[in-house]
Design a protein around this ligand. Structure first.
Ligand code: NAP
Ligand code: ZN
Length: 353
């Protein structure tokens, strides 16, 4: 027995997403079946649907910012019950015994299974060669990769926390951001706006660096205290040496040089964008202030739960625009123009009806 799922899928890199029907596996002993209520639209979905990384297999159901309600659980599931409000992020499995898994860093496990686009170990039951994501009505996930959504958070505005939230939270925690630290966020999109809210809640002094002044009022309302426009050379020059940490969320190759100069001594720029082109960097500005450029990939399962609990305690959710599944192609077009305030969230309940 399998579970019927309705979805929207990419069928080729140059075609719009279209309705798609497939099956999910029925729950094994440790599995949780989730009726998906909402799924956020991450820029990574767009990169992968368009085959920007060159390894997409079609048909592909994107979506890794999933919230919903538990429909059924397997016999040995102890942590969840039908009716629970839950979430699923970018991963649905890992090897469970390597040093990365032991350290709670499942995202760096070589056998990590992404929510969509990874070979599906349950292919015989699901009927799909690859894992399929959250632009769908239902999903079956191992309980160890299911998160609890705090009661105070609405399922729609919490959905993007499962990727945009954890991807920005993880470097903020890893680099020990706290009261009075000077943090800059480059790009005010889905990730960027969460970086602003989370860094501000941790007590940092936050500056947004954006391509225009269009989002300035929003940035200040989210908790930023300053706003720089990247093409305004004088303002950028005045900010040289100012920041302890820069969270770079830009989804396209950009000129890194001017931004590296903004780092203080021992400051770090963390690259989050899934860019596939080289970005030249001069060594000298790195040497003279012992600056670093680093990268970071989503976050582990336990730190994702910690981030969700922190958001529950501090009433932090995403700024969302809710769409119906058939509006996904328009949403992608708007995302390409950086015209998102600040995350599209698809109401997946419309598909189940
Ligand atoms: P998004 O909502 O589209 O936001 C990206 C922002 O980058 C835009 O709002 C825009 O900000 C800025 N931007 C876009 N094109 C630009 C350009 N050519 N030059 C300068 N700035 C530009 O995207 P997102 O969902 O936040 O994702 C951002 C990136 O992170 C994507 O590449 C995504 O795939 C990646 N990602 C990585 C991880 C990870 O684990 N590392 C996880 C999730 C997503 P302004 O309008 O303010 O200029
Ligand atoms: Zn994502």
């Amino acid at each position: 027995m399998t579970i019927a799922a309705k979805a929207y899928a990419a069928h080729a890199s140059d075609k719009p997403l279209a309705p798609y029907s497939f099956t999910r596996r029925s729950p094994g002993p440790g599995d949780v079946v989730i009726d998906i209520h909402y799924c956020g639209v991450c820029h990574s979905d767009l990169h992968i649907a368009r085959n920007d990384l060159g390894r997409t297999r079609y048909p592909l159901v994107p979506g890794h910012e999933i919230t919903g309600v538990v429909r059924a659980v397997g016999d040995s599931v102890s942590r969840f019950r039908p009716g629970d409000r839950v979430g699923v992020g970018c991963m649905v499995d890992s090897c469970r015994h390597c040093s990365e898994c032991d350290a709670g860093l499942e995202q760096y496990c070589e056998a990590m299974v992404q929510t969509y686009g990874s070979p599906d170990a349950h292919a015989e039951q699901s009927g799909e060669a690859i894992t399929q994501g959250g632009y769908s009505s239902v999903i079956t996930v191992d309980q160890d990769f299911v998160l609890g959504i705090p009661d105070s958070l609405p399922l729609d505005a919490a959905a993007p926390l499962l990727c945009a939230g954890i991807t920005t939270w993880s470097p903020l925690v890893e680099w020990g951001v706290g009261k009075g630290d000077k943090v800059a966020v480059i790009g005010l999109g889905g990730l960027g706006h969460m970086a602003v809210k989370l860094a501000a809640a941790l007590g940092a002094e936050v500056t947004v660096i954006s391509t225009s002044d269009r989002k300035k009022a929003d940035a200040l309302a989210m908790g930023a205290s300053d706003f720089l426009i990247s093409r305004e050379r004088e303002a950028m020059a005045r900010a040289q040496g100012r920041f302890d940490l820069i969270i770079n969320t830009v989804s396209a190759p950009t000129e890194l040089g001017a931004h590296v100069n903004l780092l203080a001594r021992d400051g770090t720029m963390v690259m989050l964008g899934l860019t596939t082109e080289a970005m030249p960097v001069m060594a000298l500005p790195l040497l003279f202030r012992r600056r670093r450029i680093a990268g970071s990939l989503i976050g582990g399962i336990s730190e994702t739960q910690a981030m969700l609990d922190f958001c529950g305690q501090h009433d932090i959710v995403c700024d969302i625009e809710t769409i119906t599944p058939d509006q996904i192609n328009d949403a992608y077009a708007r995302m390409e123009r950086s015209d998102v305030r600040y995350r599209f969230v698809i109401d997946m309940k419309a598909l189940a009806a």
